[in-house]
Write a protein that binds this ligand. Structure first.
Ligand code: ZN
Ligand code: ZN
Length: 407
């Protein structure tokens, strides 16, 4: 059988040799022990990229098994899950977003907090037991929470705005009483202005049943990192670009995608997507789903950072998932998460998401794959360390009788 294996080098080429043997297998126990001691005592921080090692794809797949998300974890993290076995209808549970930090200098009766029924359980307002025509559903009034300014706004199901007014918001993270975008304090007037409020396509609480989802059917394996970028449309966040890399960081799939609804905001600061990128995009979400299922099978391990957001816009149901949010958890636990930018800098010594032109799906996917490989390398070193420690313990037992006889 042809043994496919890869070099754990940064973006090195895929090894196709037959029967290659890990160098560690040839080393003597003493050499391996010395190597591990050297690694553990003299490793710089942040660590250097993984040294050249060979690992079989089968070994990598096995090494990732302890890191696969359980069904419970996927549910808690907000992944879309199948409504019943083998269904392509999805449901997901979204926790309420944390309230935008606010310091009230005066009572604002128009603030969402004071509007009856405007709590985070936004949803359909006009419901009834009488069956409605499609035309009635299209003009039905729905309520959404703006993800930028946290105001409640209304639109029809077919995307017509019923709420007028500008969206004034801060785009930077809020920490220590200030916004990173402008260093203004909580409760200050927004430093960015838009003519539209925007929503992310989901509502707090239960969402679904949701249509249009696909799931892998073939029995392909492999490991791929995936990352998407999104735009705000009248239907919420929609897929605008996707990148997939293999274990060597090599790009295996990348495309821009034409959203199905009218684009309200390209979200360029974060997505890196500009109007010209989508001007000639012809791929639809359905095209991308078909493309992905050409190489993603039921046994393929997909890795990503906060991958539930990618699965939502890809409308993908998959269970073999490794998420760097769970692999490198925040010290305070969920819902706190460490950003990919911080993880990359701390563990890989590599700055990403530095461009003012926005994020790159390719750059992010490569960072995720390297974080995954680094964890596998650490796991292997930990296992070998304990294995050799136990062996040494057998060879050099503590023998009080010997000590007594010497004395
Ligand atoms: Zn600001
Ligand atoms: Zn807004």
């Amino acid at each position: 059988m042809k043994m496919q294996h890869f070099c754990e080098q940064y973006y090195g080429s895929l090894c196709q040799e037959e029967g290659a043997i890990s160098t560690a297998d040839n080393a003597s126990t003493a050499d391996r022990w010395q190597q591990i001691k050297n690694d553990m005592s003299a490793s710089p921080w942040p660590p250097s990229p993984p040294s050249a090692q060979t690992i079989l794809m089968e070994e990598l797949t096995a090494a990732l098994q302890p890191h696969l998300l359980s069904r419970t974890q996927m549910w808690e993290l907000g992944y879309p899950v199948e409504i019943e076995p083998n269904s392509t209808k999805a449901v997901m549970y979204m926790n309420a977003p944390p309230p935008r930090p606010t310091i009230f200098t005066s009572w604002n009766v128009n603030a969402p907090e004071f509007i009856p029924g405007s709590e985070t359980n936004s949803g359909v307002i006009s419901t009834g037991s009488t069956p409605r025509l499609d035309s009635e559903k299209a003009t039905e009034e729905v309520e959404h929470l703006c993800v930028r300014c946290r105001k409640v706004f209304h639109m029809t199901r077919d995307g017509e705005y019923l709420t007028q007014g500008f969206c004034s918001y801060h785009w930077g993270r809020a920490a220590d009483g200030y916004y990173a975008c402008c260093n203004e304090g909580f409760g200050s007037k927004g430093c960015a202005l838009s003519i539209f409020h925007v929503w992310n396509g989901t509502n707090p609480g239960m969402n679904g049943p949701l249509e249009g989802y696909v799931r892998p059917r073939s029995h392909r394996g492999g490991v791929y990192a995936i990352d998407t970028e999104m735009c705000y449309t009248t239907a919420g966040l929609e897929l605008a670009s996707v990148a997939v890399v293999d274990v060597n960081g090599q790009l295996v799939y990348q495309t821009y995608v034409r959203p199905s609804s009218s684009i309200l905001c390209y979200n360029t600061r974060f997505s890196g997507i500009r109007p010209r990128n989508l001007q000639h995009a012809t791929k639809t979400l359905r095209d991308v789903q078909n493309d992905l299922l050409e190489f993603v099978g039921t046994d393929t391990i997909l890795v990503g950072h906060a991958l539930e957001n990618d699965f939502k816009v890809l409308k993908l149901l998959h269970t073999a998932v490794v998420d760097t949010c769970a692999m490198y958890p925040h010290a305070r636990g969920l819902p706190m998460r460490r950003s990919l930018r911080v993880l990359s800098e701390e563990y890989l010594g590599r700055k990403i998401q530095q461009s003012s032109a926005g994020h790159s799906a390719l750059e992010d996917a490569r960072a995720v794959m390297d974080l995954i490989l680094l964890k596998v390398k650490e796991d292997r070193a930990f296992t070998e360390h304990h294995l050799i420690s136990n062996q040494l313990h057998e060879f050099q037992p503590y023998t009080p009788y010997l000590l007594v006889s010497v004395a």
